[in-house]
Design a protein around this ligand. Structure first.
Ligand code: PRP
Ligand code: MN
Ligand code: MG
Length: 178
């Protein structure tokens, strides 16, 4: 285990099993719809690429980079588009893939944007949901795990751009970010 991690919250095996389960559900949901699966960079990169490999249906992928956190542990409330989609979403069934929903600001902004671009449908799948800190009314359509209000990193989630490559979800030692 990494020396900056207090405890493993969700193991590599538990993640793999959950991703398989979600992939099965989403394959049934999106069969015949050629969904546009959108990865919200950078955090969702690992979840998205693992998830689509568990979806045995035709689909397309695209990537968007937005940031609301920067190097801070607190959401700034300002969502910036760092990289927009390459694909036109008009008339498409869009599935947004996130690693975590915290305040909900990032996703509420994105969902709004995709609807204004006339997507046929917009749904959200998140690996982690941290409902305690929600400031906007937003519920994911599909969710892997509900997590407590702790600073979690790994499997895409960072603190100041580090720890994304941990294969599990862990809780960061407080002294690391204090
Ligand atoms: C994190 C996380 C989500 C978002 C959730 O991304 O990956 O995208 O914050 O927080 P919210 O619900 O309060 O908006 P971040 O902005 O840190 O960028 P990153 O994915 O590149 O780490
Ligand atoms: Mn993110
Ligand atoms: Mg981040």
């Amino acid at each position: 285990m990494d020396q900056d991690i207090k405890e493993v919250l969700i193991s590599e095996e538990a993640i793999r099993e959950k991703v398989r389960e979600l992939g099965e559900i989403l394959s049934a949901e999106y069969a015949g719809k050629n969904p546009l699966v959108i990865c919200v960079l950078k955090g969702a990169a690992f979840f998205m690429t693992d998830l689509v490999r568990q979806m045995n249906i035709p689909l397309e992928m695209d990537f968007m980079a937005v940031s609301s956190y920067g190097a801070s542990t607190q959401s700034s409330g300002v969502v910036r588009i760092l990289k927009d989609l390459d694909t036109a979403v008009e008339g498409r069934h869009v599935l947004v893939v996130e690693d975590i929903i915290d305040s909900g600001l990032t996703l509420s902004y994105l969902i709004d944007l995709l609807k204004r671009r006339n997507a046929a449908s917009v749904k959200v799948v998140t690996l982690l949901d941290k409902p305690h800190r929600r400031t906007v009314d937003l519920k994911p359509d599909y969710c892997g795990f509900v997590v407590p209000d702790a600073f979690v990193v790994g499997y895409g989630l960072d603190y100041a751009e580090k720890y994304r490559n941990l294969p599990y979800i862990g809780v960061l030692k407080p002294e690391v970010y204090r």
